[in-house]
Design a protein around this ligand. Structure first.
Ligand SMILES: *Cc1c(COP(=O)(O)O)cnc(C)c1O
Length: 409
């Protein structure tokens, strides 16, 4: 590698990151390991090219190869999700949401989104985010007793508030979302419906989560979470919104698209169209289920009582430990996860009473049922006992697991 000589500081950090990824259990629900072909596309000369505009309608010369790449990415996205139109240019999930909101609404328009503390995303209306600063946000949450979306309550709020846009989708919601029900609610109050499937896109693509595409006007996503592609975003929509969405992405909020990342997105969609991606996604869900069941058997409380997706949320209050402490203890043993607010959390967002765990990355490494059972035991021990002896023995077990399932790209 040339970078080793030219920029040794960055080279060392990259090597150390490789080592960190290899030697820890990655359980952050939004992360995954991109395969070699994705890294190759993302690390290619396509990063050089300016291609403002869309395939066949560019503002620069020399776009014939990037046109091929972007057209393939669009065609594959349409095939994978069965959508009428796809824009593969958003740099991230947040960019996809900004572009969609600005395509549909005027500044100050009314958006109904899930509260961050109940599992929603910053871009669904947090006061410090562009969404909360520029739009009139009407939040909805989950029920206190079972932590599930109360569709009747969402319906009542929608009728009362008459939002312009309803956003469904979440970052920390372990249950499935009923997009059909959301579509009924949106049509009853005349709102446009947007599903943000950033987390569950891979499960949707594999047919393991109810499909938002037939029910929603707009579907936004990332490509780097369960979809296992490069860091990036995408917007899918019905044909009638296509022109507005495209204009909103470029020239609305972005200039030149990241053509190297779009090349990697094309590879990602192609991978997800193959039969073995279905197998991968079903193992992700099964691993999450086994992890949840084993944690529960060991007396751990789970938000919504379990999981129907790739992620679970531990309610740590019965253990008398905060999310911040739990995250740090697990990291000491080699398990990387994140603290996360639970619905109606009494703790502040930087402390929290919850811990979010996901299985996409471990499943990419090839781990299965047995490993999930072992990991659930280790997590329970670490969180309950909190002593040096437990930590160091867990650390040994985790090192062994990492050696047994090396990260192959
Ligand atoms: C991760 C996520 C996003 C944002 O993705 P970035 O690429 O980090 O901007 C948006 N919405 C939801 C629901 C997410 O989980």
């Amino acid at each position: 590698m040339k970078i080793k000589k030219i920029d040794p500081e960055i080279y060392r950090a990259i090597k150390k990151e490789e080592e960190r990824e290899n030697s820890t259990l990655e359980m952050i629900a939004s992360e995954n390991y991109a395969p070699a072909e994705i890294l190759e596309a993302a690390g290619s000369c396509m990063t050089d090219k300016y291609a403002e505009g869309y395939p066949g309608k560019r503002y620069y010369g020399g776009c014939e190869n990037v046109d091929t790449v972007e057209s393939l990415a669009i065609d594959r996205a349409k095939k994978l999700f069965g959508c009428e139109h796809a824009n593969v240019q958003p740099h991230s999930g947040s960019q996809a949401n900004i572009a969609a909101y600005l395509a549909l609404l005027n500044i100050g328009g009314k958006i109904m989104g899930m509260d961050l503390s109940c599992g929603g995303h910053l871009t669904h209306g947090h006061p410090l985010n562009f969404s909360g600063k520029n739009f009139n946000i009407i939040p909805y949450g989950v029920r206190r007793d079972d932590q599930l979306i109360d569709y009747n309550e969402v319906q009542e709020i929608a009728i009362r508030e008459k939002p312009d846009l309803i956003v469904t989708g979440a970052s920390a919601y372990p249950a499935r979302i009923d997009f059909k029900r959301f579509a009924e609610i949106a049509s009853s109050c005349g709102a446009v419906l947007l599903a943000d499937i950033a987390h569950i896109a891979g499960l949707v693509a594999a047919g393991l989560h109810p499909d938002p595409v037939p029910h929603c006007d707009i579907v936004t996503t990332t490509t780097h979470k369960t979809l296992r592609g490069p860091r990036g975003g995408m917007i899918m929509c019905r044909e009638k919104y296509a022109v507005d969405i495209d204009r909103s992405v470029f020239p609305g909020i972005q200039g030149g698209p990241l053509m190297h990342v779009i090349a990697a997105k094309a590879v990602c969609f192609n991978n997800a169209l193959k039969v073995n991606f279905k197998k991968y996604a079903s193992e992700v869900v099964e691993n999450a289920r086994v992890l949840a069941e084993t944690l529960k058997k060991n007396g751990i409380t789970l938000v919504t009582g379990g999981t129907e997706t790739h992620l679970l949320l531990l309610d740590l209050r019965p253990l008398n430990i905060t999310g911040r402490e739990a995250e740090s203890l697990l990291q000491d043993a080699g398990i990387i996860a994140n603290k996360n607010s639970i619905p109606y959390d009494p703790e502040k967002p930087l402390v929290t009473s919850g811990l979010r765990l996901g299985t996409p990355a471990l499943t990419t490494r090839g781990m299965g049922r047995q490993e999930m059972e072992l990991i659930a035991l280790l997590i329970t021990d670490i969180l309950k006992k909190r002593d040096e002896k437990t930590l160091s023995s867990a650390e040994g077990e985790i090192k062994k697991l990492c050696r047994k399932y090396p990260l192959k790209r």
